[in-house]
Write a new protein. Structure first.
Length: 474
């Protein structure tokens, strides 16, 4: 059974019932055809006796009319009416005796008698009443005799037909019961074998899935209630998918961390090493300088630049201004520093005080990272001259929107690609128990970024360690 394809195994039980049912239908049609043929035979003999019955009636009527005609020789009106009746009855007689229903049931001699009688009794202007009466008197007992014979044969055929129908019905019933019972038993056996086979195979698949998950199932949720083996496999495969996605996200986070370390190293190399080299050169020159005060001033300026750059780097890594100034002021300060490298770009920022006061430090940090990542993308790619950041309550929901009037981008195709910046935004939005979305800006062009938070924001301590794993992208 297992060597058969799965679709054949599934169809085996229905086929075990369908094939016998088709056999029963064919068998029934054969028997029903026999019954129909017997009924047709009985009906043929019934039609023949009916024709003879009509002929007998017409014979009696014609004899009476001829007897009446012999009495009314002078009364022309009465004779005319009798002639019309005679013509009608003679037509009935001729039609019945020449009917095809009778031809196969009586002898040739009798048919010849019928033909002669029709000729003798046929109406004409010079009809011989005595000759016609004599012909009808010869025909009448013959019709009675033939009618009785045909009636007997019809009755015998009817009885035999009923007996055959009873036997056929009984035989057909027995065949149907035996075949259906056998087919049902075979279908149940096949269904049991298929069910056993499928359970064994599903158990094997479930065991394989369990072996993948047995390392650690902590934190994985049960997607569906267990109803059968397929539901169990579905749950395990879903958990495997979750674990695979988590693994991919972890790889992306680690890759982003490596990229961030590389950026920090390049900043230190490009800014601080060159400044330190310049500082050492100025210190060496100060020993032989004719103007020590000027050299000390240059050294002080270099140290001030180093201090400013170092503070900027530290603030990018962890914005201490969030604890002191708050979310709006920190974002505003970051934008002001960033826009120093850009020209002709206006911005607007507004964060409701009620929302900011309800945020926990970790939530505030994640919103800060999300905001500066979106702003960095705007400054790098949007080619806009204005962007706005608004964080306010709409319909009992805290809504953060950042939109620009730049060139925009196809967020439906870019989102599945999974750029590091977008992955970081999605990861942090997930920590905040929400979802990041991109849509068309309310400006004529550009993009609008939006996340919607519950009014009572969650401060999940399980996410606290993610800040150590997830780098800032500035």
């Amino acid at each position: 059974m297992r060597s058969l394809p799965l679709n054949i195994q599934i169809l085996a039980a229905p086929l075990a019932l369908a094939i016998p049912i088709v056999f029963i239908l064919i068998f029934s049609l054969i028997y029903l055809n026999d019954i129909s043929e017997q009924n047709d035979t009985v009906r043929e003999w019934a039609r023949a006796t009916d024709q003879l019955k009509i002929a007998k009636s017409a014979t009696y009527q014609m004899q009476d009319i001829l007897n009446e005609l012999s009495k009314y020789k002078a009364d022309s009106d009465k004779r005319e009416e009798l002639f019309f009746n005679y013509i009608e009855q003679s037509q009935f007689l001729a039609s019945s005796l020449t009917s095809s229903d009778i031809k196969g049931k009586v002898s040739t001699k009798d048919l010849s008698l019928f033909s002669q009688t029709i000729k003798s009794t046929n109406y004409s202007e010079d009809i011989n009443i005595l000759s016609s009466i004599k012909a009808l008197q010869i025909l009448s007992p013959k019709l009675d005799y033939i009618y009785n014979i045909l009636q007997s044969k019809k009755r015998a055929l009817y009885i035999n037909s009923n007996q055959d129908i009873t036997q056929i019905t009984s035989k057909l019933t027995n065949v149907v019961i035996i075949v259906l019972a056998s087919a049902t038993l075979i279908a149940l056996i096949i269904a049991g074998l298929v069910s056993k086979n499928l359970k064994q195979r599903l158990a094997s698949i479930s065991q394989q899935a369990s072996s993948i998950l047995q390392a650690d199932s902590k934190g994985l949720i049960n997607i569906n209630d267990k109803h059968d083996e397929l539901d169990e496999i579905s749950n395990k495969l879903t958990k495997m998918s979750q674990r695979l996605n988590d693994s991919i996200d972890s790889e992306n986070i680690l890759q982003a961390a490596e990229d961030e370390r590389q950026r920090i190293a390049m900043d230190i190399h490009d800014q601080f090493l060159s400044e330190i080299t310049q500082l050492r050169r100025e210190i060496d020159q100060s020993h032989n300088s004719d103007d020590p005060q000027r050299q000390l001033k240059n050294i002080d300026n270099t140290l001030e630049r180093l201090n400013t750059d170092l503070r900027s780097l530290i603030n990018d890594l962890f914005p201490h201004s969030l604890d002191i100034l708050g979310l709006e002021a920190s974002i505003n300060d970051y934008i002001s520093r960033k826009l120093s490298s850009f020209q002709n770009i206006d911005f607007f920022i507004q964060i409701d005080d009620d929302i900011e006061s309800s945020l926990s430090p970790k939530q505030c940090l994640h919103l800060y990272r999300i905001s500066i990542e979106v702003i960095n993308n705007i400054l790098k790619h949007a080619h806009c001259n204005r962007f706005e950041l608004v964080f306010k309550t709409i319909n009992s929901r805290s809504v953060l929107t950042i939109e620009d009037n730049g060139c925009g981008f196809d967020f439906t195709s870019a989102e599945p690609i999974g750029h590091i910046g977008m992955l970081s935004i999605k990861q942090r939005a997930s920590i905040l128990d929400t979802k990041a979305t991109w849509q068309a800006s309310r400006f004529s062009t550009g993009t609008c970024f939006k996340i919607v938070l519950n009014q009572e924001l969650k401060n999940d301590s399980a996410h606290n360690s993610l800040e150590d794993q997830t780098p800032a992208y500035v």
